[in-house]
Structures are given as C-alpha cells and as structure tokens.
Design a protein around this ligand. Structure first.
Ligand SMILES: C[S@@+](CC[C@H](N)C(=O)[O-])C[C@H]1O[C@@H](n2cnc3c(N)ncnc32)[C@H](O)[C@@H]1O
Length: 190
C-alpha cells in the first residue's frame, strides 16, 4: 500500500533541497556502520551518499519499481557495490531484514504516512540493541517550498512521541536543525 504523497517533485528539484552528506553526518551515520537500512529510498538522494560514507552495506527499499531501477543504475554508475536496492511494500510486508540485523535505519521524509507506527515498529524490530534510528522531515512551517500538507505534516515532538511509544529513546542533543528546510533526530534502540 503506497503511503500518502508528500509532493515529491522531479529529481533535480528534490535533490536541491538537501545537503545529503552533511545531513547524514549530523544524523550520526558512521563509517563503521555495517548494515544501514533505508525505508523509502526515492531517488536515492540519501542512499548513495550513505553508501559512500560507510564501509558496510546499505539496504534500500521502495515500492516504486522505476525508482528502484533508477537507484540501481545510479549505484552502478557510481561504482558503489555496497547498495542493495529492492522493490518492496514495507507497509504490507515489512523489509524482510532479520531481527536485530541493522546498525542504523533511515526514515527520511516519510513519517507523514497514514500509519507511522508501522514504520517505526519495523525499524525497532530490525535494529540491534544500541542501534540508531535517524528521522528527518520537513520543518513544520507552511513556507517550505515543498513537503506534505500541513494537515498531515508531523511536528518534531510528534515524531519523538511516536518513536518513544515504540521503545526508542532520544538522547541529547534531541531535535537537530537541518537547514534550510528540515529537522532530524537520532534515537537509540535500547
Ligand atoms: C517522499 S519520498 C522520500 C524519499 C527519500 N526518503 C528521501 O527523503 O529522499 C517517499 C518514498 O516512499 C516510497 N513509498 C511509499 N509507500 C511505500 C511503501 N508502502 N513501501 C515502500 N516504499 C514506499 C515512495 O515511493 C517514495 O519514493
């Protein structure tokens, strides 16, 4: 079941909204992360930069087969052998990643979903003890150039509460500003 739309524009415009390597660094991605999982990889905006930063593997999932094919092509062209991008409906069937196998999970620009708890529960299931969940979303500000409608756009505090309800813990510094249009947080899996 495809989640409700966030109004993702064409690839060039979308990628213009982020400094992906800087955001991943601020969100604590580490070179020694062996298994990184991304739910909803889209154009691969964060998939490729993550794969360049880690020595391990990046498992990326998206429901759209054309986006999966695009990320696979981009990975091949960039010579990145550590990306496995797979077409999958993770709302209906989960990621298929083994329990506790992931060091770092990315939920970027997708928690406006109808059932955010399903994504957070899956992240909790696949993360190892001490693993980290990175969340990013559009600022709760109607003046951002894109992003989900304000009626479904989650506030940072809301994301934190949803994640804590699934057993995550938010250490300091808490909410991280990711200018110009996003915020993020890194939660621990106890
Ligand atoms: C707003 S985009 C965000 C892409 C990426 N995380 C980013 O920030 O650049 C959301 C992505 O989730 C994917 N998606 C939506 N519903 C899904 C589902 N049920 N299973 C897998 N992917 C899904 C969409 O196809 C889309 O690529």
């Amino acid at each position: 079941m495809k989640m409700r739309e966030s109004g993702m524009p064409d690839e060039t415009m979308w990628e213009h909204f982020f400094d992906a390597p800087a955001a991943l660094k601020r969100l604590g991605l580490r070179a020694d992360d062996a298994c990184v999982v991304e739910l909803g990889s889209g154009y691969g905006t964060f998939t490729l930069p993550a794969a360049r930063m880690v020595r391990g593997q990046v498992l990326a999932f998206d429901i759209e087969s054309d986006l999966v094919a695009l990320v696979q092509r981009k990975a091949r062209a960039a010579g990145l052998a550590n990306i496995l991008c797979e077409q999958r409906d993770f709302v209906m069937t989960g990621t298929g990643v083994a329990d506790g196998a992931a060091d770092y999970v990315m939920l970027f620009n997708i928690l406006h979903a109808e059932q955010p708890e399903v994504l957070l529960r899956e992240a909790r299931r696949i993360l190892r003890q001490g693993g980290r969940l990175a969340i990013m979303h559009w600022n709760y500000d109607a003046s951002t150039p894109r992003g989900p409608s304000m009626t479904i756009r989650p506030q940072p505090e809301q994301c934190r509460m949803w994640a804590e309800a699934e057993g995550f813990r938010l250490p300091k510094p808490g909410i991280i500003n990711l200018p110009p249009y996003h915020y993020g947080m890194v939660l621990e899996c106890p």
